[in-house]
Design a binder for this molecule. Structure first.
Ligand SMILES: NC(=O)c1ccc[n+]([C@@H]2O[C@H](COP(=O)([O-])OP(=O)(O)OC[C@H]3O[C@@H](n4cnc5c(N)ncnc54)[C@H](O)[C@@H]3O)[C@@H](O)[C@H]2O)c1
Length: 442
């Protein structure tokens, strides 16, 4: 296989990470990075900080830390900012989110309290169960987009930044279908002028980011960079995008277990998933409109992994149900139950039960960090448009129109690793040891 070399601009200067939504996930992420910088904790779960990459043939015994192999921004050069409908500083929001131990949050009070959110673009018709005072006003939606663009520039200039990336960590908006204003960039611009009610805040943040050539990832199931016109804009602005919906608790387990069952050709009758969750995300998802966005994202995974049309005997009539119940006593410590009805040789039934007592934001925080650093790397490598190699991090990976997303975590990881090998000018690895099998001569 031939080696390719890509020119990557160095990670010089400071990288700004802007987060629409400074709630549980964002504050756990920011506090975590500040703790890691001070050597108070380890960045567990982050590929950019702890992941290793095998290089060359197995016989060469070469492996490297990912961060030593490709030029990623150093954590000491990272600066945080964001938007929220509440005025709380990151310190106050972290205290309220109750994800991290009070002692850790207190020890980080100084850097966290210094980060205060910009006023948000918010529309209660898209997120119905919360409301807050820290919200922009303007003569129309175009004006609000211009204000977001001004925030991005202000953040860059005040912090003397070289580059900025944006990761959406705000609440899940209600489910929407694309409308006329989403057909083309020009239709959207017209829609902004007349404040078309079909334009959601998350679409405005994404549009503002791309206009500013700022890489953008969508951590929720909202429909923003999933829209073809925004993907076209990302290409035109030579800016990378990624999404959607961080793959953390139950869906992470699903994309580990389901490909395993399928590779052994074990059949599936049904998969019943239920969750209890007590944080603000759970509160927002108690609204049927917001839950519908999440449900679509969670349900699509199994169908796309199992391919019932190709394997009708095994997966034709799978009963797949997902529910999320808002249960305040549990806070951010979600509990997910899965009952999986499978069948094997001659159709004999079996069951698998999974009880995952997870911590939502603890699982999401390293994903935010990796996405920020990898998107910045992508931009410096002149990658633009949809970054499929980052599918590893998402429940509903965005793909080019007409393609099926890849959900299998191990395949996603291989794609991510090979993209890094490509960037570093190393041979791609296909795990096919032809020499070893005696098929080809050494
Ligand atoms: N934690 C996980 O494991 C996980 C997994 C997948 C996806 N997500 C998604 O990540 C997002 C954040 O989750 P969270 O647990 O931090 O939720 P959260 O409710 O704690 O935080 C979201 C924040 O966004 C703010 N917000 C709402 N609309 C806004 C807007 N238009 N502009 C700016 N701020 C706005 C809210 O005030 C809140 O502070 C949610 O969409 C969630 O579905 C989380």
């Amino acid at each position: 296989m031939t080696k390719t070399q890509v020119t990557i601009a160095p990670a010089k200067g400071r990288l700004g990470i802007l987060l629409p939504g400074m709630g549980a996930v964002s504050t756990t992420f920011i506090a975590g990075v500040e703790a890691v910088k001070r050597e108070m904790a380890e960045p567990i779960g982050s590929l950019t900080q702890m992941g290793r990459l095998r290089l060359g043939k197995r016989t060469e015994n070469r492996s490297t830390l990912i961060k030593d192999f490709v030029p990623l921004a150093d954590l000491k050069d990272v600066v945080f900012g964001g938007w929220d409908i509440f005025e709380d500083s990151v310190y106050e929001a972290a205290v309220k989110a109750k994800v991290l131990e009070p002692a850790l949050v207190s020890a980080l009070k100084e850097p966290l309290d210094a980060i205060r959110p910009y006023k948000a673009v918010f529309d209660p018709s898209f997120v119905t169960l919360i409301n807050g005072p820290n919200v922009k006003t303007g003569k129309n939606k175009k004006d609000l987009v211009d204000q977001l663009r001004a925030d991005i520039r202000d953040f860059k200039q005040k912090n003397n930044l070289d580059r900025v990336v944006i990761i959406w960590c705000a609440s899940t908006e209600r489910y929407t279908e694309p409308s006329e204003c989403h057909r083309t960039i020009q239709d959207f611009e017209k829609g902004l002028e007349k404040s078309d009610p079909n334009i959601s805040p998350s679409q405005m943040y994404a549009f503002a980011a791309l206009q500013e050539r700022v890489p953008y990832a969508n951590g929720s199931p909202n429909r923003s960079v999933e829209l073809p016109f925004l993907q076209q804009l990302a290409k035109e602005m030579r800016t990378p995008i990624a999404g959607s919906d961080f793959k953390t608790g139950q869906t992470l387990m699903k994309t580990i277990i389901a490909p395993g069952l399928k590779s052994r050709l074990l059949g599936l009758n049904g998969w019943y998933s239920t969750n209890i969750l007590g944080n603000r995300d759970g509160e927002v998802l108690a609204d049927p409109g917001s839950f519908k966005s999440k449900e679509v994202s969670k349900l699509s995974v199994l169908e796309q992994i199992l391919e019932p049309e190709t394997y009708p005997t095994l997966y034709k009539d799978v009963h797949h149900l997902v529910s999320i119940n808002y249960y305040p006593p549990r806070g951010d410590n979600k509990e997910g139950w899965d009952n999986i009805d499978i069948f094997g040789w001659l159709g004999y039934p079996m069951q698998i039960k999974v009880n995952f007592l997870c911590r939502d934001s603890i699982l999401a925080a390293p994903i935010v960090l990796d996405l920020a650093l990898f998107l910045d790397l992508a931009a410096r490598s002149s990658f633009s448009g949809i970054q499929e190699w980052l599918s590893f991090y998402f429940k509903s990976p965005i793909v080019a129109p007409g393609l099926k997303p890849e959900h299998d975590l191990t395949v996603q990881q291989l794609k991510l690793h090979n993209t890094l090998r490509f960037l570093g000018g190393e041979e791609l690895i296909n795990h096919l040891g032809l020499t070893y099998y005696g098929v080809v001569e050494e």
